[in-house]
Design a protein around this ligand. Structure first.
Ligand code: FAD
Ligand code: FO1
Length: 450
């Protein structure tokens, strides 16, 4: 039931007899999780206990409290759901490459299973853990419908080149999931001491948790249901209008793995929403999202201008010294202190809600390119602000979204202009042709402090 093409043995050790451990990292959910299902099957085959562990790193790409709050509350729900299945869940705080091997020794492990992520931090953790473990370390792609490495073995040029490869394999991979069943093992393991973990967090409290979105697997399912019932049927027409509320709001749940993209795709296909809307949504959820995975998996410079196509880098460098009518520092961008009310409103949406509408995100990043002293500084400012405030930040979609907006990745050359060179241009009047800009600004204009 688990397609073997989802599974990669990261070191060349053979299964030993001992506890099977699922080292949960990216896919922080119990249902629709191929990595958990594979670990469960291994435990059955080897007649061994199954334990799940999450290693809470001291810091994760500077994520502030907003993200840890959302993630830890989601993990509390994972612990409760696993307890119903008699599967022990442990949370270990510290460097994963030290804590995971220690945990494996303590639990007398025979096999370790983990989930897939193309990010360098994650690859580095697994490389170090895999080198230390005298046990097999299996990686299961539970995040993608078509496993990233199966969809393509190289960096793809654009959605146009990846789409046919994804579509050719969807029939084999877009399948249903078995429900994980209860283990008949003892239920006598200790609960996680969440208060201690929360109190030990060193995350920046200045970026406060959001209140409009409930974290966790149950809330993610409710968010999906509400989107399918009320908003999918407007998606194709209204998705570029930030005042329409037509988007799914699923990205924070997908980022933290609290919901499976495969499950979302299956549910979308079952609705009676117009084909036009379903196709538009699945194009984003499957092709655009897996294109981001592909970019981060095969381009080690996904988080810098180094990674962008040569036509774009040459063009940006050629215009690097162009006169810039406005120049803002990263700090001025962070404060929303630009001359343009529309950009300041988008910044306010991002900072206060932890989400910025997909269409506004492109304009938001492109203006950072236009108003920064250099393309490098623009790239770093956009990434920094996106990852500091966006709940769905530190994600392949984010690195790729910034690289598309500022570096032309997966896009084509446009006619040349100052500062942008051949990078696609966007501006406020372009936005005004798409939606009611005044209304958007009014919604997010910083309440003038009295
Ligand atoms: P919907 O439109 O409801 O889409 C549903 C899902 O499809 C999304 O959750 C996402 O998984 C996928 N998707 C939609 N649009 C894209 C896209 N353009 N590229 C890849 N996948 C897509 N997305 C993130 O998840 N995290 C980020 O940090 C992030 N940063 C971005 C930065 C910039 C500059 C740009 C241009 C885009 C960025 N995106 C990011 C992609 C996209 O804007 C968001 O995925 C989307 O707005 C999330 O909101 P939603 O789930 O309501 O979207
Ligand atoms: N994953 C972990 O395994 N351990 C962490 O401590 C951790 C912190 C974290 C903070 C913010 C955030 O946005 C994601 C975080 N993740 C963490 C999840 C991370 O997305 C996945 O682990 C993948 O490795 C990266 O895609």
């Amino acid at each position: 039931m688990i397609d073997p093409r989802r599974i990669t043995l990261l070191n060349n050790c053979r299964d030993a007899s001992g506890t099977v451990i699922y080292w949960m990292s990216r896919d922080q959910r119990v249902r629709h999780n191929w990595a958990l299902l594979f670990a469960r099957k291994k435990a059955e085959q080897l007649q061994q206990p199954l334990k799940v562990v999450f290693t809470l790193a001291p810091s994760f790409l500077n994520a502030p409290l907003r993200h840890y709050d959302f993630m830890l509350k989601g993990l509390q729900e994972v612990e409760r759901a696993l307890r119903k299945l008699n599967i022990p869940f442990y949370l270990v705080q510290g460097e994963p490459e030290i804590e995971l091997p220690r945990f494996a020794r303590e639990m007398k492990a025979g096999v370790v299973v983990t989930d897939f992520s193309p990010l360098k931090i994650s690859r580095e953790w697994k490389r170090r853990v895999g080198a230390q473990l005298p046990l097999p370390l299996y990686e299961v792609d539970a995040h993608n419908i078509v496993p990233c490495r199966i969809a393509s073995g190289k960096q793809e040029y654009s959605a146009r080149t990846l789409r046919p490869k994804i579509n050719a394999l969807l029939g084999e991979f877009l399948t249903g999931f078995p429900e994980p069943d209860r283990l008949d093992s003892p239920n006598d393991y200790p609960p996680v001491d969440w208060n201690t973990h929360f109190s030990r967090l060193k995350a920046d409290h200045r970026v406060a948790p959001v209140t409009w979105l409930e974290p966790g697997e149950t809330a993610a399912g409710a968010c999906l249901d509400s989107f399918l019932q009320n908003r999918l049927c407007f998606y194709a027409k209204e998705r570029n209008d930030p005042n329409s509320g037509a988007l799914s709001n699923l990205s924070p749940y997908i980022h933290f793995g609290q919901i499976s993209a495969q499950f979302i795709a299956l549910q979308v296909s079952k609705t009676d929403a117009p084909e036009y809307d379903r196709a538009a949504f699945l194009e984003e959820l499957i092709v655009r999202r897996e294109l981001s995975e592909n970019y981060c998996c095969y381009n080690n410079h996904y988080d810098s201008l180094e990674g962008i196509p040569s036509w774009a880098r040459e063009s940006l460098m050629k215009h690097a010294a162009d006169y810039r009518e406005y120049i803002y520092t990263p700090d001025e961008f962070e404060k929303g202190a630009t001359h343009e009310p529309l950009w300041n409103a988008a910044r306010h949406e991002l900072v206060t809600t932890g989400k910025i509408h997909g269409y506004m995100r492109m304009y938001w990043a492109k203006k950072i390119l236009e108003w920064s002293e250099s393309p490098e500084q623009a790239f770093n400012t956009a990434l920094f602000l996106n990852d500091r405030y966006a709940l769905d930040g530190r994600d392949p979609n984010g690195y790729t979204g910034v690289a598309w907006s500022i570096g032309g990745v997966h896009d084509r050359p446009w006619f040349e202009r100052p500062v942008y060179g051949k990078i696609r241009y966007m501006n406020a009047s372009g936005c005004a042709r798409k939606f009611d800009v005044r209304r958007y600004i009014a919604r997010f204009e910083e309440k003038k402090s009295m």
